[in-house]
Design a protein around this ligand. Sequence first.
Ligand code: 13P
Length: 330
Amino acid sequence: MTLKETVSLLLTPGKGLLAMDESIATCNRRFAVLNIPQTVEYRRKYRELIVTTPCLENSISGAILADETITQSTPDGEFFTEILYQKGIIPGIKVDQGAIDMIGFPDEKITEGLDGINERLEDYYEKGARFAKWRAVITIGQNLPTKTCIASNAFILSRYAAACQKAGIVPIVEPEVLMDGNHSMQKCEQITIETLHTLFDKLYEHNVDFSNLILKPNMVLPGLNAPIQDSLEAVAEATINCLLQTVPATVPGISFLSGGQSPDLASQRLNLMHIKSGNKIPWKLTFSFSRAIQQPALEAWNGMDENLKTAQDLLVYYAAQNSRAVCGKY
Ligand code: 13P
């Protein structure tokens, strides 16, 4: 499969991506809240629940797996990657190794994982991954983010993206401006614009082919604790304006992260972006949600086999809601 073919399958109209690549620590944190045992076997069972969900493929074109998950299988020995391929869902892989404190820059993060990346990508390709993801984290706060944090993360994202394309793997580049805090939507817009300008500048410097990558940005949102929570229309408009100013038209697709929005809000905002922009935007606009699709299913499952069907029904329901949103029919 060429990079172009992968891009085109991932961006199948009416479909989006499912992020199921939570690190062991993040997955355990979400399990702990629900008193689900935080073991390899429970994480495997949960991921098995997801990949075996009937009809998931009607709304999902690609699933991003974690390092632990890409080699996991059902009790009958069927690899999760094989199950996904049979459904026509392309397996992807989270390649970054997490965001750590950025030394010298209090309260900012830098993402690790470039060491040995070429060999790791080759290995992931053999295991079936045809696209990858790398998440950088940008924090809004007093005098934050710094230009150094934005530029360093953009540099690393660019090295990662170049390595992926060389390995035959489509890079998803994810510079997430966090929604934590009480900042205004305008502040988020300003920082997201700066982040994306810097990112595309660096991607260009590193000879990354824009036509064979997917951007995974945050929506432009007020901080979670901001006194003014802007309307759906305002968010949709600010997000589209921000992307039109910063993302080259040769980029084939943009798939949003949900970032802690409720499933309903994330879908409504995505839906409105489609209604408002119609065919005025040059890229495909879709979703690559984790929490906004998975959270209700995880809560319903609660670690118990008897809840499997209810959980799978919820997963399909929320995936389908977003499938409707990318058609402006939510
Ligand atoms: P959320 O949709 O929960 O933000 O997760 C998306 C993701 O892949 C984070 O890296």
